[in-house]
Design a protein around this ligand. Structure first.
Ligand code: LLP
Length: 443
């Protein structure tokens, strides 16, 4: 993955000033310290404590509109279906719904959340390699816009359920284009060896078969090749294969109305060069411009990643022979991306005084009993006394949604900032919450 393993050469990392300069929603105030939009993060910590996730509603709206504008500027007839898995909080979904976003869901739970947040059913597509009969039935009853079918087996199951429910399922076939996209092995999905999608060579025949099945109306092709992709070339390769497939299916006399191009657009966590929505739009246009298809996209990370950060406090710093360890009250149970993918996240001090103190290298870790509970290695940071606060950047996507209560650590609070106002959008879990529902059998 371009998010290289945890860095060991701090000189290669962007400085705090460079991290700030690249993030227009953040700035350092000489008195108030780090601000997200108009809100001093210290004020949030004073009221809510740490660890706490903070999201910028403005950033979310701006990014959604920038994406839509890029597609419109390229004259692409497109709908954006936000990939709910990136951050499924109702406030995030409702903010995007108000901007006109649809949703890409992968479970009954995500589908219920999207509906609850006000995303219209006909703007929802359902992806996933293992939708259960119960989930398919629920999706049909809610009359969602499209189900992306991932196998011949699922197609047969859906046909039977739709027939029994007296419904017609609008489906796209999710095709595996056998393209290796630059992302991390664990989140690459478009290679023939991955579990996802229908083999490219079988797709046209299955489409024809689907057209003859009761309860099924094939409307298009879908693909999704991976996540955190920082290079347009794999998109270009995948989309040109999909365009060729659309031509083949049409030549066989079938209708293809829509192509769902999936998600995957990466963001610069460090200082990587990342493709823009305009670049992605040009790539889509290049592949599909003469096909007269409606385009769907399933962006997750690009929309919500840079809109969020994780606030944590320093418990203590310890010096060993090997390193200075800054131990935070946030851990891998909160933000698992560094432990799971070796992901790099920027870390900034929150207080104005810390922001001007001299920097030296430190390993930033959590209190969980695993060495993998490491947010950063050899990171240039100020001294950071116990109680000092830091912000772990770009954690709006695949942050809170992937958190757990490992080590019996209650889930962190969540806050949404809008201009200079802010709201607690999820209270911190209590310890009692953690054992609610547990039963101890009487001996
Ligand atoms: N559509 C489908 C079918 C997907 O599987 C995904 C992500 C997306 C859209 C959204 O992709 P995005 O635009 O966010 O790249 N937990 C990992 C990422 C897993 C992505 C899974 N699928 C991480 O933290 O990097």
């Amino acid at each position: 993955m371009p998010e290289a393993p945890l860095s060991h050469d701090p000189a290669l990392d962007p400085s705090p000033a460079e991290l700030l300069a690249a993030r227009p929603n953040l700035r350092q105030h000489a008195m108030d310290g780090l601000l997200l939009d108009g809100v001093p993060l210290n004020a949030i910590v004073d009221a809510v404590g740490t660890p706490t996730w903070v999201y910028s509603a403005t950033t979310l709206r701006q990014r959604y509109q920038a994406l839509i504008r890029a597609l419109a500027d390229a004259n692409i007839d497109a709908h954006a279906h936000y990939a709910v898995k990136a951050n499924d909080h109702l406030a995030i979904l409702a903010t995007l719904a108000r901007e006109g976003a649809g949703a890409d869901v992968v479970s009954e739970g995500e589908l219920r959340r999207a509906l609850k947040a006000g995303i219209p059913a006909n703007r929802i597509v359902y992806s996933g390699v293992g939708k259960s009969p119960r989930e398919l039935r629920f999706a049909l009853r809610e009359n969602i816009g499209q189900i992306n079918v991932e196998s011949a087996e699922e197609l047969a199951m859906l046909s039977a359920i739709a027939t029994a429910e007296d419904k017609t399922a609008r489906i796209a076939l999710r095709v595996n284009p056998d393209v290796a996209a630059g992302g991390h092995d664990k989140i690459s999905t478009g290679r023939a060896t991955d579990k996802f999608g229908i083999a490219y060579d079988q797709a046209a025949a299955l489409y024809a078969h689907a057209a003859g099945l009761p309860g099924i109306e094939p409307v298009g092709i879908a693909t999704h090749i991976g996540s955190q992709i920082l290079d347009l070339a794999p998109f270009r390769d995948a989309y040109s294969r999909i365009a060729e497939l659309v031509r083949t299916i049409r030549a066989q006399g079938h209708r293809v109305e829509t192509v769902d191009c999936g998600g995957g657009l990466g963001i610069p966590y460090k200082d990587e060069a990342a493709p823009s929505p305009a670049g992605l739009a040009a790539t889509i246009k290049g592949a599909f411009h003469n096909l007269d298809v409606r385009i769907a996209l399933e962006p997750g990370r690009w929309l919500v990643g840079p809109a969020g950060l994780l606030l944590a406090s320093v418990v203590l710093s310890k010096q060993t022979q090997a390193a200075r360890f800054v131990v935070l009250d946030a851990a891998m149970n909160d933000l698992v991306r560094p432990a799971m993918y070796g992901a790099w996240h920027g870390i900034l001090p929150v207080s104005a005084i810390d922001a001007t103190a001299p920097l030296s290298a430190a390993d930033v870790v959590g209190p969980v009993c695993e060495s993998g509970d490491t947010f950063a290695r050899s990171r240039l940071l100020p001294p950071l006394a116990p109680g000092a606060r830091v912000a772990i950047l770009d954690s709006g996507a695949y942050g809170a949604v992937m958190s757990s209560a490992y080590n019996a650590r209650p889930r962190a609070a969540e806050v949404m900032v809008d201009g200079d106002a802010w709201t607690v959008i999820r209270a911190r879990q209590t310890h009692e919450d953690l054992w609610t529902g547990e039963v101890v059998p009487i001996p």
